[in-house]
Ligand binder design. Structure first.
Ligand code: TRP
Length: 333
């Protein structure tokens, strides 16, 4: 039986941190064995908010290295850099021409980002979801693994599909979002009410490439509270427990939880155990990262293979779209 096609993209925001990893990428690593997956580093999306060209270059490379280091296997899935396949933007133009502006103005992320960067409310930011739809449709993906925040974008892609198919004939399947059931929400180590994110400062997150000393330092500095209470666990302590559950073993997690409930827990011990569990898990990842960083040739080869595979699919879809819409090939003079 043919495996279902999956597509997802990740903005090249730099190195992956534990929040990104447990939130999305861990799921990609699993899916690559069960589906026909295409994963993209979406640098055209990244330039819709303020950016620095040099940083974008290194961030794109770092994202690729990190995705490979955590286990994406180029022989199991197809990896692409969005800007290297012009079919993404070409399809986006065609889809953009059947997408009412009103649909786009209602998208929550457009509103948020326009407020965040009032001096840079550009056309790309508005049409961001159209490009995202093009990413998905170019590969006729049926399943799109994403975080909760991306659901409005996938819904918009479905509306675009319905409109396109209605007007030009059945061309695309309606993609379905898949939000992983088990997603640990990892919070900032310094401001545990907020999601782990690079924007909260270097002590607030752990990169998957951080060395053991750095991991230890950051975990030891993590915000906790003055001690267990009978009420709800404070967000900082709860976050340490989540990390220990995700990276350590069940038994240890249980023991600390018991100690917490009895009110005899020492947070230093909890932190030490959590740091050790993270360090252990990240050790092979760090090794793979270092190896990849030393072999740019290997990275280039991986991208070439990915692009070759992706562009065969992309060209076929685009040819079909252009035929149906009266653009390009098939025209008779
Ligand atoms: N917008 C997504 C994000 O910010 C990234 C993305 C771009 C994407 N194109 C996609 C995700 C297509 C899924 C499918 O996370």
């Amino acid at each position: 039986m043919e495996r279902k096609r999956v597509f997802s993209g990740s903005r090249p925001s730099g190195r992956l941190h534990l929040g990104n990893y447990l939130g999305a990428v861990e799921n990609w690593v699993k899916m690559q064995h069960e589906y026909d997956c295409v994963f993209a580093i979406v640098d055209h999306h990244a330039i819709t908010t303020p950016f620095d060209p040099r940083e974008l270059q290194t961030n794109t490379r770092d994202m690729l290295v990190d995705l490979l280091a955590v286990g994406l296997d180029p022989s199991e899935c197809t990896l692409v850099i969005q800007s290297e396949l012009p079919q993404h933007t070409e399809l986006a133009w065609i889809l953009g021409s059947i997408t009412p502006i009103g649909w786009l103005q209602r998208v929550p992320t457009f509103k948020e980002k326009s407020e965040m960067h009032p001096d840079n409310v550009n056309l790309g930011l508005l049409s961001y979801p159209v490009l995202q739809a093009a990413d998905i449709l170019l590969y006729k993906a049926e399943v799109v693994p994403v975080g909760e925040d991306q659901l409005p974008h996938v819904e918009l892609a479905r509306e675009i599909v319905r409109r396109f198919n209605h007007r030009f004939g059945d061309t695309f399947p309606e993609p379905e979002a898949e939000v992983p059931r088990h997603t640990a929400r990892i919070m900032s180590l310094t401001e545990p009410e907020k999601k782990m994110s690079k924007s909260l400062g270097p002590d607030s997150y752990i990169s998957i490439g951080d060395d053991p000393e750095t991991v230890k330092e950051k975990v030891m500095k993590a915000v906790t509270d003055t001690g267990p209470t009978s009420g709800e666990m404070s967000p900082g302590v709860a976050n340490l427990f989540t990390l220990l559950r995700e990276f350590g073993d069940e038994k240890q997690h249980r023991e600390f939880l018991d100690e917490y409930e009895e009110g005899i827990i020492r947070y230093v011990d909890l932190k030490e155990a959590t740091a050790a569990a993270i360090i252990d898990t990240l050790q092979p990842v760090r090794k793979r990262r270092q190896k990849l960083l030393q072999s740019p040739q290997r990275l280039r080869e991986i991208m070439e293979t990915g692009h070759e595979r992706a562009s065969t699919i992309a060209c076929t879809t685009l040819r079909e779209v252009k035929e149906r819409t009266g653009l390009g090939p098939g025209r008779e003079f």
